[in-house]
Design a protein around this ligand. Sequence first.
Ligand code: GDP
Ligand code: MG
Length: 221
Amino acid sequence: MSGVDFRRPAGQLELSVLLLGASAVGKSSLIRSFVGENFRFTNPATVGVDMKRRTVELEKRNKIVTLTLLDAAGQNTFESIVMSYFRSADFYALIFDVTSKSSFEEVDNWMKRLNDLENMAENCIFVIGNKVDLEKEWKVSETELTNFCNGFPDPKPIPFLASAKTGELVEDVFTEMCEIVLDRMQTKKEKDRRSTIDTTLDPPKNSPKPKNSDDCGCLIL
Ligand code: GDP
Ligand code: MG
């Protein structure tokens, strides 16, 4: 995880998210909505990777995070995109269109591809069903989405719904994703610190008793 540095002064956190998914599911539209640009009925196809930035207020932790949004083009360029961008992303948002079953099935492929990549096991992955405004055309239910995410081992992908068109839930989804990612980063950092302390204190199993110990075998510090 590259973008966040807890040594920075409070309020100067940085995170980056890579949006992936089939074409026309609304990746570019979600980003446009989140950065306050108008919804467009036709977006020019994204070429390669597009990048936008926005600051996000995290009220729960009283901090501001600068979020870099990386908008990836269609799946055919997966290899080249991911090779150059996946290391710089702190987390991944797999987008599908709730009115398109095939775009939802694509998410499974993206999960497999991401899981095949080195060092990806611990990264935060979110699955976002977009176009919830098309109420009568839903082909994927919220339950299907939740069950899909629950079918993975921990850390499970986290499900969200949104509409780039109406802006419904867009702000909440991006803010919540940042909160979750920062929580996990902090938990991991604490776990790493604890395990460093543990290995420093635990002598190897077959090592002789420390010289400055009495019969109880405890280290006297
Ligand atoms: P991308 O290829 O994944 O970047 O998809 P785009 O953002 O270019 O959007 C593809 C099409 O879906 C465009 O015609 C958008 O206007 C439309 N679209 C995107 N988001 C929504 C949404 O939330 N609701 C509806 N109804 N249409 C959307
Ligand atoms: Mg696009």
